[in-house]
Design a protein around this ligand. Sequence first.
Ligand code: UD1
Length: 343
Amino acid sequence: MQVKVVMIGGSGFIGKHTAKFMSGNDLCVYDLVPPEFESEYVQGNVLDEKRLEKCVDGSDAVIFLASLISVPRSFDTVAEYMNVNACGAASLVEAIKNASKRPKRVILSSSAAVYGEGAYVCDVHGKVYPLPRSQDQLNKGSWEPRCPYCGREVKPLPQAENDELKPLSPYALTKQVQEWLITAMAPRLGYSAVVLRYFNVYGPGQRPDSPYSGVITRFISQAMQGRRLQVFEDGLQTRDYIYADDVGAANARALELEESATINVGTGIRTTVLQLAKLIAGRHGVDVAVGGYRQGDIRHSVASVEVMRTRLGWQPRTALEDGIAATESWMNESAHLKSESTP
Ligand code: UD1
């Protein structure tokens, strides 16, 4: 069935990959800049409630993608993160409240960052939620989280949707606020809320050239310039890397859900940053260095994928090696296009 879908913040990286799965739907992008793909487009700021209201009025579903995304940068620009991310979601809620014909579904792009360090197992105390690693601990190079009761080293568990949320950065907190606003207002405003907690998304179109870029595009870009890859901590921290097309497919799949739900979008596969760096360095013949750390980083993150399988009836398809190769091709092509357009 054709439905009218509004993608707020749809001109960015995730929007581009979601649009590929929207054929058959009537798509409208609301963003500050126009999308690179074919779509109806309304130019507007996410904080402009009136303009947003006009855009969502009469739509069937909204996919909310308008967010600032960097964990480290959020420590330097706290007010900006609160303003764009938290107030942006509040602005959407106001726009829906005031619309004469409200959408039936809101899909929120949330983040695994809401879990913070997540749950671990202590040999003595069972399931525990370690405290954030202290500056002192990090300065000593003691990287693994510890049991909050006995101080023993603990083993990470996959992050599950019903785990306690313990955001550790301004960015993560804004994602929790977005989740709360969109979910809590759903019954009042008559839409179902589908919260998708993305794990570490990468792929073509992700900005590679900033210190705040995701680690995969950052490493590929450095390797392509023949530079050494800098791995923080001891490189044994883990993440769950999911390819952007898979995230786009999950967004499209979520349009079919009638009931509210909170769902992890990850692969369930742990990869250490060192494995990742060696994989990329090996393709380009560059070195890997290990050391230093970033404030606010968590140590381990991998998705529990049960809810995704059962509620979305879906799982990601792209292997890390294939996703990296596709991202590299895109970066090669865009470098080529840039050099062609340079006089
Ligand atoms: C990423 C996303 C965030 C998302 C979260 C979900 C980006 C920019 N951030 O945060 O939006 O909500 O996943 O899990 O996409 N690292 C290095 N060397 C570098 C850069 C990073 O070793 O040069 C390490 C970091 O210390 C970290 C890991 O790589 O351990 C991943 O870092 P990053 O790609 O910035 O992502 P997250 O902080 O996990």
